[in-house]
Write a protein that binds this ligand. Structure first.
Ligand code: BES
Ligand code: ZN
Ligand code: ZN
Length: 472
């Protein structure tokens, strides 16, 4: 809902009204010759001379008699995706633009174009002033598009990016808790935090073990929202605010990006914001184990054996496989309430990136219907996920001689699968569960997706939830 006091605002690059916006013609390449013929002679010559037709440019501003921009034409290859024109605003002069040939698009396409326009102009400005050009080129939202959804998706994406981009000195367990409190307060949700030794008293031994060596105590953040008469949906996010690898320390290269290891937590906060903004008919719980995987004299060690909340013993094969440990206790707690759907998001394994690359989060799911629907929505939303198997044949790789299970199989083959199988040990088989192993980071900028922290799969997850819980 777009209300005045709402935390959900339309991004500054989109406007709802404008006096005399500059017409923007978005043409599929084969529409161009006809359109070109309809322009005046001066414009035709300018277009011909400029290289647009030769394909060396994808857009061109056309001056009017006084030299000011009169209209803009941009060409795209096939069906427009949200990203196809997302680089346009960065390259256009300041002003308000309006899509002149709206009728060529469905309202869903127009909505996606608006979203891409906004998402591409994100800048992380907490520590450095953004360049002046930012937010200069604005787009008039065509009438009939769902501006509330655009605002919600953009605002949640910006939140996820900001949380991930903020370095661990300001986004440690304390900072992540503050961010969760800010969201809960703004959304009128309730929030509870169990921290430090209380984690042992309340039986979250794995969260405590992973986080106890850090200066900022480990904690479990627990947010609740919604009418108790609705079905429960629980989101769990890996909140490792920095992952040194612990005593099985990472290499410098491997550690460099590890401020993003709370990316799963950022995703569930962003998704919660979208759910609440749309007032989906569900009862929401968000669980975030927030820790820093640090090194100190009291750090947990390789070969330690810890009894998990679930009651089973876990041998630590590698302290760098910490995400699955903190998630294990949180997932045990989530299942105790028998949710209608349980989703976890985590930057869990490097192996998932080897399997699918950086842009495709891996989806693991114990329910084929949910997996198929989510996969389908992810393609519609241009927010892709790819399913991987919970292949039981690899379960023996997690066997331990001294404990019920080992957290890190030797060798590492099928590492994303064995990590998912580890989590599955803590899931009640009756609970429908989706696990998303994601990069949460753009290693290079792409249209609409600046380099740095990124929301991956969040809009797809929201669509799934909207399908299932959007109506009473
Ligand atoms: N946070 C990492 C996983 C990661 C690394 C995600 C790089 C995205 C990019 C995780 O805690 C980790 O270190 N996992 C290990 C597990 C191994 C020790 C069994 C991995 O994937 O190598
Ligand atoms: Zn790790
Ligand atoms: Zn990690």
């Amino acid at each position: 809902m777009l209300t005045k006091n709402s935390i959900i605002k339309l991004p500054g690059t989109l406007v709802l009204q404008a006096r005399s916006p500059i017409p923007l013609y978005l043409l599929e390449k084969n529409q161009y010759p006809k359109w070109h013929k309809a322009q005046n002679k001066a414009a035709q010559n300018w277009l011909r001379a400029s290289g647009l037709e030769a394909g060396s440019k994808s857009f061109l501003a056309i001056p009017g008699a006084n030299g000011a921009i009169d209209r803009v034409v941009a060409l795209y290859e096939k069906k427009p995706t949200p990203w196809q024109l997302a680089d346009l605003p960065k390259n256009l002069a300041g002003g308000v633009y309006a899509i002149a040939n709206e009728k060529d698009f469905t309202s869903r396409q127009l909505q996606d174009l608006c979203l891409g326009w906004a998402l591409g102009q994100y800048q992380f400005s907490r520590y450095k002033k953004p360049s002046q050009a930012v937010n200069a080129a604005k787009l008039l939202c065509p009438s009939g598009v769902d501006t509330a959804h655009i605002a919600s998706a953009a605002s949640a994406t910006f939140l996820v990016r900001d949380l991930i981009n903020t370095p661990a000195n300001d986004m440690g367990p304390d900072g992540l808790e503050q961010a969760a409190r800010k969201l809960a307060d703004a959304c009128k949700a309730s929030i509870k935090v169990i921290a430090g030794n209380d984690l042992l008293k309340k039986n979250y031994p794995l969260i405590h073990a992973v986080g106890r060596a850090a200066a900022e105590p480990p904690r479990l953040i627990d947010i609740e929202w919604g009418n108790p008469k609705y079905k429960r949906v629980t989101l769990v996010g890996k909140g490792v605010c920095f992952d040194t690898g612990g005593l099985d320390i990472k290499s410098a290269d491997g550690m460099l990006l590890m401020k993003k290891d709370m990316g799963g937590a950022a995703h569930v906060l962003g998704l919660a914001q979208m759910i609440i903004a749309a007032r989906l008919k569900l009862r929401l719980r968000v669980l975030i184990p927030a820790v820093e995987n640090s090194i100190s004299s009291n750090a947990f060690r390789p070969s330690d054996i810890i009894r998990a909340r679930k009651g089973i013993t876990v041998e630590i094969g590698n302290t760098d496989a910490e995400g699955r440990l903190v998630l294990a206790d949180a997932l045990t707690e989530a299942c105790a309430q028998n949710p209608d759907l349980l989703i976890d998001c985590a930057t869990l394994t490097g192996a998932a990136r080897v399997a699918l690359g950086t842009d495709l989060p891996a989806l693991f799911c114990n329910d084929d219907k949910i997996a198929e629907e989510l996969q389908k929505e992810s393609i519609i939303c241009a927010d892709p996920l790819w399913r991987m198997p919970l292949w039981e044949g690899y379960r023996p790789m997690l066997d331990s001689k001294a404990a019920d299970i080992n957290n890190a199989p030797a060798g590492g083959y099928g590492g994303a699968i064995t990590a998912a199988l580890f989590l599955k040990e803590f899931i009640d088989p009756k609970v429908p569960w989706a696990h998303i192993d994601m990069m949460a980071w753009n290693i290079a900028a792409k249209p609409g997706r600046p380099q740095g922290g990124e929301a991956m799969g969040m809009r797809a997850l929201f669509s799934l939830l909207q399908n299932r819980y959007g109506h009473a």
